[in-house]
Write a protein that binds this ligand. Structure first.
Ligand SMILES: [Zn+2]
Length: 72
């Protein structure tokens, strides 16, 4: 499987924290190197925040993205 396509497909689940540890690490590692997936992560993080937060806060969204990127 193409690493990018694999990571790209998992980004929504990654955003929701629904991946197992191995998948999460694989996506996080790929995110470091791939702007397309970083942008996809930003989109999904914003959507997830809007769906799950009582009061969507962009700062929280960006913090989560930064944390996700730092983790890899
Ligand atoms: Zn990618």
């Amino acid at each position: 499987v193409n690493p990018h396509e694999h990571a790209y497909e998992l980004v929504p689940l990654y955003t929701l924290g629904a991946l197992d540890a191995a998948e999460r690490e694989a996506v996080a590692a790929h995110l470091h190197a791939c702007l397309t997936c970083q942008e996809e992560l930003a989109v999904h993080a914003a959507v997830a925040a809007a769906l799950t937060a009582d009061a969507p806060a962009p700062q929280h969204v960006w913090r989560r993205i930064e944390q996700a990127l730092d983790r890899g």
